[in-house]
Design a binder for this molecule. Structure first.
Ligand code: NAD
Length: 350
């Protein structure tokens, strides 16, 4: 039976999810909601025109037939359209009431990363989701990459010593992104993917000590986020690591090869460089191994969510709300440490 989906927030990320979901025959796009309701129709049109360029006849037919009910308010969506699950795709500061409304209605919940910008909001939603007993997922699509799965397998039982998560890129155009109390900053909003990958491959973090500064983008109006961050990390298992990022690169300035969102890991007798696109493994006296990711991890993530709702079996979901919250907590602790100028032990003092 088709899974009826609702969407809250009709921005760029929802367009991306819909481009995938028109390739999933069992997904029915039943309703959309945005405070600017006209954006729902604009999103549909973008999905239709971009799907038309793919040449995938089935997806084109499904995109052409998209006709979701549109709303301005999530409660009206929940009252007006019978949905099985709701995707929440909002600027980070807007989380809270919307998830609670979805959970009050006992609908399954997909939340785009980061799950929130403060721990109180995230913990309250997590507790509500557990109590509601619904299926949850958070949009950490890199976990569904075959290269990342190969990295997990390679590291099974191997002691890890050092891990480095690096992201170097430019400044996104979205206005809310550059405002600290709207996006949560670069660690929380963007490098969350690399930090999540680090957690997924290496394990839980015990404490962090971060430095951050607005150092290079001082001429950008209305920007108050740190544009450079460097974090020292201690993992619960004894390994140490670094999280390093910047959003200050200008077009043409480039980014050193293999560092855009990847995680570098030094383990016993092997070094790995893992990202959503590929995995490189280097070992003494062996040829370097390269694994290129197959398929589209984002499509796979959406497929798994739809299947989990159909079957009631959530075991294929690689990041549920509780797990997504732990990645958020780690980035939040880094941000806090940079602001306080002091180390932060996870779970203490905030
Ligand atoms: N996983 C990924 O790779 C990835 C990529 C891009 C964005 N994202 C995440 O997706 C989320 C959304 O990003 P985006 O790029 O689509 O942002 P966006 O600004 O393009 O869209 C957000 C939409 O939410 C709407 N909105 C705001 N408050 C609302 C409310 N209370 N009720 C209903 N609608 C509301 C806005 O009008 C806007 O249309 C962010 O958390 C972002 O980090 C994830």
């Amino acid at each position: 039976m088709a899974v009826r989906l609702g969407f809250v927030g009709a921005g760029g990320r929802t367009v991306r999810e819909l481009l995938d979901l028109v390739q999933v025959p069992d997904a029915e796009i039943a309703a959309m909601c945005d405070i600017d309701e006209a954006r729902c129709q604009q999103a549909i049109e973008r999905v239709q025109s971009r799907t038309a360029q793919t040449g995938d006849a089935d997806a084109m037919e499904r995109a052409g037939a998209l006709n979701p009910a549109t709303y301005r308010d999530v409660r009206r969506l929940l009252d007006g359209t019978d949905v099985d699950a709701v995707y929440v795709s909002l600027p980070p500061f807007a989380h809270g009431e919307i998830e609670h409304a979805v959970l009050d209605a006992k609908k399954h919940l997909f939340v785009e990363k980061p799950v929130a910008i403060d721990m109180v909001t995230a913990r309250e939603i997590a507790a509500h989701a557990r109590e509601a007993g619904v299926i949850t997922a958070v949009g950490y699509q890199s976990r569904y990459s075959s290269a990342v799965q190969a990295a997990r397998k390679t590291l099974e039982g191997v002691p890890i010593g050092l891990a480095i998560a690096i992201r170097m890129g430019g400044l996104p155009g979205t206005a809310w992104w550059r405002v600290q109390d709207r996006s949560g900053g670069m660690l929380v909003e963007q490098h969350t993917h690399g930090v999540d990958l680090m957690r997924y491959l290496v394990g839980e973090v015990e404490s962090v000590f971060a430095y951050g500064n607005t150092q290079l983008l001082t001429d950008v109006p209305d920007l108050d986020i740190f544009d450079v961050n460097s974090v020292a990390v201690r993992f619960a298992g004894g390994a140490v690591g670094s999280i390093v990022n910047t959003c200050a690169l200008q077009p043409g300035q480039g980014s050193p090869a293999n560092v855009a969102g990847s995680v570098h890991i030094v383990a016993k007798n092997m070094t790995l460089m893992a990202g959503a696109g590929s995995l490189t493994v280097m070992r003494p006296e062996r040829q370097q191994e390269e694994v290129r990711a197959e398929g589209d991890p984002n499509l796979e993530m959406n497929r798994v969510f739809v299947q989990a709702i159909q079957s009631g079996d959530r075991s294929g979901i690689l990041s549920d709300y509780d797990d997504g919250m732990r990645t958020f907590e780690l980035t939040y602790a880094c941000q806090l440490s940079a602001e306080r100028g002091q180390p932060v032990t996870l779970g203490q003092g905030y």
